[in-house]
Unconditional design. Structure first.
Length: 130
């Protein structure tokens, strides 16, 4: 089990980050626990830099990703307790993506890049104070 983060847009296209605990994943998908209810069919980006993807170079080429961020779609969600949910999701292959899926991918990557820039800015500001 490892800790990851997902980036998603809600129904009003407001970005959200949710911490997730990955329970297992394969070359085709991931199962995790999170504190947010993700709707079946919704998209999110998950950061995975684990060994399974380093070894499966051919598969990595077919998935819609940017660096170690993979576009995924929720297949099922189950509430388990105290506002925690188990989620099963599939990684998306480039050949199966529509124009709308590519738009969602671009929006999610823009959110991730802006967050990284803000984190970098905050780190630089805190280093100046020290």
């Amino acid at each position: 089990m490892s800790s990851k983060q997902v980036i998603r847009l809600d129904d009003r296209e407001i970005p959200h980050n949710n911490l997730v605990l990955t329970e297992n994943y394969s070359a085709r998908g991931v199962k995790f626990t999170t504190n947010a209810e993700l709707k079946s069919g919704s998209f999110f980006m998950i950061y995975l830099n684990d060994q399974i993807f380093r070894e499966a170079k051919d598969l990595r080429k077919s998935l819609l990703r940017s660096g170690d961020h993979y576009l995924s779609r929720v297949v099922w969600t189950q509430k388990i307790k105290n506002d925690f949910y188990q989620v099963g999701a599939e990684f998306l292959e480039k050949k199966d993506c529509s124009a709308n899926t590519l738009h969602v991918f671009t929006e999610l990557m823009n959110v991730a890049i802006l967050q990284n820039l803000n984190d970098l800015k905050n780190t630089n500001n805190s280093n100046k104070l020290n």
